[in-house]
Each structure stands twice: as structure tokens, then as C-alpha cells.
Design a protein around this ligand. Structure first.
Ligand SMILES: Nc1ncnc2c1ncn2[C@@H]1O[C@H](COP(=O)(O)OP(=O)(O)OP(=O)(O)O)[C@@H](O)[C@H]1O
Ligand SMILES: [Mg+2]
Length: 406
């Protein structure tokens, strides 16, 4: 979904989809407007809030949940996945290829440390402290006693610790950087909250709202990406038992710039995960996903374009996808004295839609690009005006954003 601010992303698409879906859902937002609306709609305790910046008030009837990569790291495979999330986020933040080697090596150090810490019941703060102090001895012992020397976690950690000193020092520094996003007070507070019960969450239509104001992005992105990755993988694992997840990612580029978005969209469809991603325009996507963003219009089977987009490249792309069409042209033939003598009909080729048509849109409508890349006008159904949705949202409380910062 592409649309600038106030074009209707939240009220015409996110909220109606949340009200209609029978799946469990994760919704991201920079504001608490959606969680407030949904807290009015559902009072059965199935609406959950993840607040990685620690700045959002909990609406009545909503339950807070936390996230820590340590929970996922309680199995070795989970530790590898949680570390991959941290490495991917770090790599995405420095799109420089030179960083990639160090991030990979740091990942080889961090995965065993996270797993050892999870087995030993340590806190996230304690593991971050161990990384800063370059101390792996205790955690290596925990792993070796538990598994023996042949286990990959032990072999990997011993391998990293045996590298030449200068290289080892760079690996520890990069590992410290990977923990930057989970070392904040807000992240540690989020790690202390009750974790999301994945079995319960995926067993029914529950809603998890991730609310993270833009100014906290730098510190919340690793936690948000880690949490979404964890729930996505849990859905894949439980897909054959009927688990279904809707990712309704508003403010995607700011709140949840998932490094593996493309694979979630392309592989997730067959494994129970449906992704609804909202961006202001494709230039916003390019700043986060680099050249991969150019393929977004073909990656997502369906695109909805709301009125008011200003980015020329986005408008050009939609205009080109709309293609050209043949239209009849009638010509009147005149006599020498100027009298109409007859008509002739020919066909001329014309753009289906000009760049201006795409930018301006139609009041109350969005442009839909179908999976066959045909353009359709779609009537919008704003949740505050449409009778199918409005009655569910009537007891919504006004927003009271908290200014408290931790
Ligand atoms: N309860 C309401 N009653 C009337 N109009 C509303 C109501 N809620 C929102 N609107 C209007 O609907 C339009 C779309 O709002 P919406 O919040 O859906 O936009 P958005 O695309 O999500 O914007 P943003 O990117 O700023 O979040 C805005 O002009 C807004 O003022
Ligand atoms: Mg919105």
C-alpha cells in the first residue's frame, strides 16, 4: 500500500483489515491510534501491546507483552535465528559491503553466547555486559558441559576464540555493536515484560500492536525486527496445524524495516503469513532496502495506491505499469464549404493513465494494481464512516500520548 500522510492508510485499510481478518495479526505503527481503536473493538483480552520505546500508555483492556532474543535463543536453532536478525539489522544500517564480513563473524560469536546465556537463565543486560567485557569463558563452559565438544555451538565459539588476536578484537567490537539495540533501558524493560505466548497467540485471532514513535527508531528497530521474525518463524512451524498470521505493517520503513521482507512476502504466502505493507512511496523503500525496492511492485501480488503521492519515480512506475490502450477516434469529414459530410473512425494509442491521474487519484477511491498488473479504481471504506466498521469502534478513547522517556 502506497500513500502519503492522511491519505487513508490507517482508517481505510489497516483498521478494516484488522476488523475483518480471522488470522492473528501483528500491526506496526508510530502512533497509538490503531491500538486505541482496536481496544474499543475487542475487550476479550486478545489485544496485546508491544512498546519497545517504553513511552506508550496501555489502553484499557489491552495487555502488554515483551520480547527478548534470549527466549528464542533457548534452543540452538532459535539462537541462530535471533542472531541472524541482529546481524541483518546491523548490516542494513551500514549498507557497506566491507562491514558484512565482520557482522558474519560477530554473529558466529554471538549465537553461542546468546544460547549459553539462555541456558544459564541470564538476563539480556548480563549478556551485553559479557560482550563488552569480552568474556566468553563461563558461557563456553555452560555449552560444553551441556552438549560436549562436538556440538556446533561449542565448535563455533572455540573457533572464533582461537582466531588471531587482531581479528578476534575486531569480532568482539562488532559483536558489541550488534548489541547496541538491545542494551538500551527500554529494550531491557521490554525484555522483562511477560513474553508473548506464541502457541496461544497463534491459536486464535489475537492482535499484537507494535507501537514505536519515529524518534525512537534507532533503538527499537532490532527489538521490533527480532520479535516479528520470531512470530513469523513460529507461524511457519505451526502452519500445518492451522496457524495463520497477518502482518499489517503501517509505517513499515520506520518501525519495522524487516531486512528479510522480500522472503517473508514471497515464501510466507505458502506458509500462513500474509503481508500488508504500507509505505509513503517507493523512495522511502529505496532508502531502506536499496535496489531491492525497485522490485516491490512485482514482489507484492497486489498494490493499492492512495491519492497524493509526490515521488516522481513512484508515479512513473505506476503510470508505466498501467500501460497504453487503443481508443476510438472519430473524425468528421467536411466538404469544401465546411459542411459535415460524414464520419470516419480510426484507433489511436493512448496512456491508460497519466502521471497526473495517478498522483491526483479520485476522491474516495484508491487505485488497485491487480496480480495481473491491471489497474482498477477501488472504493475506499473508511472505518469511521462505513457502517460495517463504525459500530465496532464507537467506544474509542481519545489518544493520550505519554511524554515520559526512560
Ligand atoms: N474519526 C474520523 N472522522 C473523520 N475523519 C477522520 C477520522 N479519522 C481520520 N479521519 C481523516 O481521514 C483521513 C485519513 O486518515 P488516516 O489516519 O487513515 O491517514 P493515514 O494515511 O493513516 O495518515 P498517517 O500517515 O498520518 O498515519 C485524514 O484526513 C483524517 O483527518
Ligand atoms: Mg496512519
Amino acid at each position: 500500500m502506497l500513500g502519503p500522510s492522511r491519505s487513508g492508510k490507517t482508517t481505510s485499510l489497516i483498521i478494516p483489515n484488522l476488523l475483518m481478518t480471522t488470522r492473528s495479526s501483528i500491526t506496526t505503527s508510530t502512533k497509538d491510534d490503531v491500538v486505541r481503536a482496536m481496544s474499543g473493538a475487542r475487550r476479550d483480552g486478545s489485544t496485546l501491546l508491544f512498546d519497545p520505546s517504553g513511552t506508550v500508555d496501555t489502553p484499557p483492556g489491552v495487555r502488554r507483552v515483551g520480547y527478548s532474543p534470549l527466549r528464542q535463543a533457548s534452543t540452538w536453532d532459535g539462537a541462530v535465528l535471533a542472531t541472524r536478525s541482529l546481524v541483518d539489522v546491523a548490516r542494513r544500517q551500514h549498507l557497506d559491503a566491507g562491514e558484512s564480513h565482520w557482522n558474519e563473524r560477530a554473529g558466529a560469536l554471538v549465537a553461542p553466547l546468546l544460547h549459553g546465556a539462555a541456558l544459564g537463565g541470564e538476563t539480556l543486560g548480563r549478556v551485553a555486559g559479557r560482550v563488552d567485557a569480552r568474556d566468553a569463558t563461563d558461557l563456553l563452559n555452560t555449552l560444553a558441559i551441556r552438549y560436549g565438544e562436538a556440538h556446533p555451538s561449542v565448535a563455533l565459539l572455540r573457533g572464533v576464540l582461537a582466531t588471531e588476536e587482531r581479528e578476534r578484537s575486531s569480532i568482539w567490537s562488532t559483536a558489541s555493536g550488534l548489541f547496541a539495540g538491545v542494551r538500551t533501558d527500554a529494550a531491557r524493560a521490554a525484555a522483562r515484560e511477560a513474553p508473548l505466548d506464541l502457541d496461544e497467540f497463534l491459536s486464535g485471532p489475537h492482535q499484537l500492536h507494535v507501537v514505536s514513535p519515529s524518534r525512537y527508531q534507532a533503538v527499537t528497530v532490532p527489538m521490533v525486527v527480532g520479535m516479528i521474525d520470531e512470530v513469523v518463524h513460529a507461524t511457519y512451524d505451526r502452519h500445518h496445524d492451522g496457524a495463520r498470521l497477518l502482518l499489517a505493517l503501517d509505517e513499515l520503513a520506520n518501525v519495522a524495516p524487516l531486512p528479510r521482507l522480500a522472503s517473508i512476502v514471497s515464501e510466507g504466502g505458502g506458509q500462513g503469513v500474509l503481508t500488508l505493507a504500507c509505505l509513503q512511496d517507493l523512495s522511502q523503500a529505496r532508502s531502506r532496502w536499496g535496489h531491492h525496492a525497485d522490485g516491490f511492485l512485482s514482489l507484492f501480488p497486489t498494490t493499492v495506491v492512495l491519492p497524493g503521492i509526490a515521488d516522481r519515480a513512484t508515479l512513473e512506475m505506476i503510470h508505466q505499469l498501467a500501460g497504453r490502450t487503443m481508443v476510438p477516434a472519430h473524425q468528421v469529414q467536411h466538404s469544401r464549404r465546411g459542411r459535415a459530410q460524414g464520419y470516419s473512425q480510426s484507433w489511436i494509442e493512448r496512456d491508460v493513465m497519466s502521471v497526473g491521474d495517478v498522483a491526483q487519484g479520485r476522491d474516495g477511491y484508491a487505485l488497485g494494481l491487480t496480480d495481473h498488473k491491471e489497474l482498477r479504481w477501488i472504493e475506499l471504506t473508511p472505518s469511521y464512516a462505513d457502517e460495517r466498521f463504525r459500530p465496532h469502534l464507537e467506544c474509542v478513547q481519545p489518544s493520550r500520548a505519554r511524554s515520559r522517556e526512560r
